[in-house]
Ligand binder design. Structure first.
Ligand code: GLU
Length: 490
């Protein structure tokens, strides 16, 4: 059987972890079985629709490197893939249901429905007042200019239930009496609701598998009733476990970033997000953590999905990000971190582009911090001292343990001699030279480094010093040592 599945977002918000997880699982499922992955825009909620969310969808998926086989931008045999461009299809199918007596027109005003909710609570749903309205009454209302909605007739015979199979949950039996209203299919503005458009499109687009979050489970009996009413075979359903925050509640802004945009701005790499999100409710291979998209696709199996909710672990994502940062070459990392460096004003004013020499220094600083950051955003702060003279730290920061100021000044002078003596050398050779000079002077290498580090980087902890000296160059390094000596002596 040729697999075809889809991601069907409503462009009413930014792409977030939950949506991307659904998209990714559909992508992986299709790819793992040589199938087709479709993107369909479910833009029927006109009140909440915004083109900026469509743009965000495209930007996000391009950045993540997830490409659909058929969709609004690249077309396909079932085009168009945007629901607002398919309205005629939904109306035709709605009329078919009405004609067969499986749907009915409802003239209840929004005010009446609001009063009903007010009186009975939202859970009580619609009281089905128009379900058995005669044709005469309908015509009279229409003549008065009232525009009805179309509602699905949920079969309500005694004990009626809707049964369907879910790949993950097994057989689901849903009492029809628990479907709290006859859901609207066609709104008075002529737009379909989610239920109608979703079912019609899944059928017409040849969708064989519906993988979606478990929050959609209550919609599925409604959909199955519609498939039956149309005389269509439903696709296979697989409702994915929810993604929770660390407190066991549905992942939301309260827990931290949830939109992919936010993670991107925080300096996360797409590989890290893909890798981590792929693990939210699925497993792949014992003892293997790092997967490319292709490796995930080769290993994805619907039988290895978890039933239990997945907990989103920000720390684990951060771990993945550091791992992917470590895997970058100097050139790649510099290119990736450049926007943050510009933004942080590393090369002059905020936003300033680096001069050629600055970019070279920036690039050669990457090995110094590659293993010390967990996001691109942290990079500029860690190496700012290489680009601008740091403030002098307090004198205490220069003084090694169990030493005094006079001894510190002497150590710094030895350090100055060491810097003056470094020729063109690798960091290793520079370190050997420092050891040799410390030995000659009868001081410990660590003690020699402490005041030097404070003088050069303005801090007690910093990226590796020998590399820093190399990037700063002899002249700037000596000037900083001299400034520190003046400070400590004065
Ligand atoms: N448009 C729905 C959403 O926003 C699609 C749900 C489904 O996959 O059926 O997620």
């Amino acid at each position: 059987m040729k697999i075809k599945d889809r991601y069907a977002p409503s462009p009413t918000g930014l792409q977030h972890i939950g949506g991307v997880r659904t998209a990714l699982f559909n992508y992986l499922f299709a790819k793992s079985l040589g199938g087709t992955f479709v993107l369909r825009l479910e833009d029927t909620d006109r009140a909440r629709f915004d083109t900026k969310f469509v743009q965000n969808l495209y930007d996000t998926f391009r950045w993540l490197g997830l490409q659909w086989d058929e969709g609004p931008d690249n077309g396909g045999p079932a085009a168009p893939y945007i629901q607002s461009e398919r309205l005629g299809l939904y109306r035709r199918h709605a009329q078919e249901l009405a004609g067969a007596g499986n749907a009915y027109y409802c003239f209840c005003s929004p005010q009446r429905l609001a009063a009903l909710r007010e009186a009975q609570g939202a859970e009580a749903g619609y009281d089905r007042r128009c379900r058995n309205m005669g044709r005469g009454e309908q015509e009279a209302l229409e003549a008065r200019g009232e525009v009805p909605v179309l509602r699905l007739k949920i079969p309500l015979e005694e004990g009626a239930a809707t049964v369907f199979r879910d790949r993950l949950l097994g057989t689901v039996t849903w009492k029809n009496a628990d479907i709290n209203s006859d859901p609207v299919l066609l709104k008075s503005d002529g737009f379909p609701t989610y239920h109608l458009a979703n079912v019609v499109d899944d059928h017409l687009m040849g969708i064989t598998h519906v993988l979606r979050a478990q929050e959609w489970l209550p919609s599925t009996p409604v959909h199955v009733i519609m498939y039956r009413a149309f005389g269509w075979e439903p696709p296979e359903f697989c409702h994915l476990p929810m993604v929770m925050g660390p407190d066991g509640k549905k992942l939301s802004k309260r827990h931290g970033a949830t939109s992919i945009d936010e993670f991107r701005r925080q300096g996360y790499l797409p590989e890290a997000l893909i890798n981590y999100v792929a693990l939210l409710g699925a497993s792949y291979e014992e003892g293997k953590d790092m997967y490319t998209l292709a490796e995930l696709a080769a290993r994805f199996s619907i039988d290895k999905l978890n039933k239990a909710p997945a907990v989103f672990d920000y720390k684990k994502l951060e771990w993945y990000n550091s791992r992917y940062i470590r895997g970058k070459t100097d050139g790649e990392l510099a290119r990736l971190a450049l926007p943050w460096a510009r933004e942080a004003g590393l090369f002059g004013a905020q936003g300033a582009e680096p001069a050629e020499a600055q970019y070279a220094a920036f690039s050669s600083a990457m090995p110094l911090i590659r293993e010390r950051v967990s996001s691109l955003r942290e990079i500029p702060g860690k190496i700012r001292y290489l680009f601008a003279e740091p403030d002098l730290p307090p004198a205490a920061d220069f003084i090694p343990k169990k030493k005094d100021l006079a001894e510190t000044v002497r150590l710094l002078s030895i350090g100055r001699g060491f810097i003056a003596a470094i020729g063109p050398a690798s960091d290793r050779e520079a370190e050997d030279l420092a050891k040799e000079q410390a030995g000659k002077a009868g001081v410990a290498l660590g003690d020699l480094m402490t005041p030097l580090r404070a003088a050069l980087t303005g801090s007690k902890v910093s990226p590796p010093l020998f590399g820093s000296i190399r990037i700063l160059g002899r002249e700037r390094s000596l000037a900083r040592v001299d400034r520190a000596l003046r400070f400590l002596n004065g």
